[in-house]
Design a protein around this ligand. Structure first.
Ligand SMILES: *Cc1c(COP(=O)(O)O)cnc(C)c1O
Length: 336
């Protein structure tokens, strides 16, 4: 099976499983797991921050960050299609009594700063306290440059806001821009990165920031039930992913570009965007369920919705040699 639904579908490689099997472990709630401590130290260094905390997921990482920055009655300003607003079950509001204030996202995934300026609230009993501005890079695979990150952060700071970056796919952004990940993180107080997407670990995210902020985030992680015990087995997978899979994400980008080119040869396919490892397209498909059945019967897993709209994602388990197969399978399934 070739699976294009997401870059979260990767399976741990044999080498990753070997690293997990031989990991030294301890009780991480006691601070005794050397593999977790090493992963946290390595990631904070890689991202240019003082401290890091290993968490189960990107959702938990963002939530710990939001809870560390904001208290009851505060608000975070966030893109209206950002993961931290749209796809995290309203956690900040539900569990943190933090008001989300959505603002328009522009085509490149950055925020409309004029809209941000309009929603930042004065210190007045009528309003929630505007506390934090949250950005996302990459968004739908789209990359914001280091300059754009600095521009947005400078704007946020000029309005007295702290800065958080949801960098679930920061690795893809850094690779695409050919910059060090720390350069993209520099303007932010906290950054969340995922190890379980393009990097291919089975689980895990890391939240980085100042020592004080991460100390606070650790308390929230515990409260959320996310403090884990001999979790070095998972940190070992994450470390292996950072050491061995980070540089190869450019292969995923090349595969996505090649796939988009191939799709262009199928009549009726409209490509909406191609960026890093993601393609958004509209396929000439009327019946999504029948189409998905036709592709999966031919060894290709993908999702379409609203009559042929789709996101295709390349990753560790999609090889360059698979691209032609994907294109011919799609052409066949479209014509079923
Ligand atoms: C996937 C994703 C998350 C959340 O990660 P999970 O590990 O799935 O909880 C957060 N932000 C962005 C941009 C993501 O793509």
């Amino acid at each position: 099976m070739i699976d294009l639904r997401s870059d979260t579908v990767t399976r741990p490689t044999d080498a990753m499983r070997a690293a997990m099997a031989s990991a030294e472990v301890g009780d991480d709630v006691f601070g005794d797991d050397p593999t977790v401590l090493a992963l946290e130290a390595h990631t904070s260094e890689l991202l240019g921050k003082a401290a890091a905390v290993f968490v189960s997921s990107g959702t938990q990482s963002n939530l710990c960050g939001l809870l560390a920055h904001c208290g009851r009655g505060d608000e975070y300003i966030v893109g209206d299609h950002a993961h931290t607003y749209w796809y995290e079950a309203g956690g900040a509001a539900v569990l943190g009594s933090i008001q989300p204030q959505p603002v328009r996202m522009l085509d490149d995934g950055s925020l409309d700063l004029e809209h941000v300026a309009e929603v930042v609230k004065p210190d007045d009993p009528h309003f929630a306290r505007s506390k934090l501005l949250t950005l996302e890079n990459t968004h739908d695979g789209k990359v914001q440059t280091v300059a754009r990150m600095h521009e947005s952060a400078a704007f946020g700071r000029s309005r007295g806001l702290a800065m958080h970056l949801d960098g679930a796919r920061l690795w893809n952004a850094a690779a695409a821009l050919e910059v060090e990940p720390a350069e993209l993180c520099a303007p932010f107080d906290s950054v969340s990165v995922c190890l379980s997407k393009g990097l291919g670990a089975p689980i895990g995210s890391v939240l980085v920031g100042s020592t004080e902020l991460i100390q606070e985030a650790r308390k929230w992680r515990k409260m959320l039930g996310g403090a884990m015990r001999q979790v070095g087995v998972l940190a070992a997978a994450g470390r292996h992913a950072l050491d061995h899979h980070r540089e190869r994400v450019v292969d995923d980008h090349a595969n996505a570009a090649a796939l988009a080119e191939g799709l262009g040869s199928i009549a009726g396919v409209e490509i909406q965007s191609v960026a890093t490892n993601m393609i958004f397209a509209k396929l000439p498909v009327a019946d999504d369920a029948a189409f998905m059945e036709a592709t999966s019967a031919r060894g290709l897993l993908m999702r379409t919705y609203n009559g042929g709209h789709t996101r295709m994602v390349t990753h560790l388990d999609v090889a360059a040699g698979d691209i032609d197969t994907i294109v011919s399978t799609l052409a066949e399934a479209i014509n079923v």
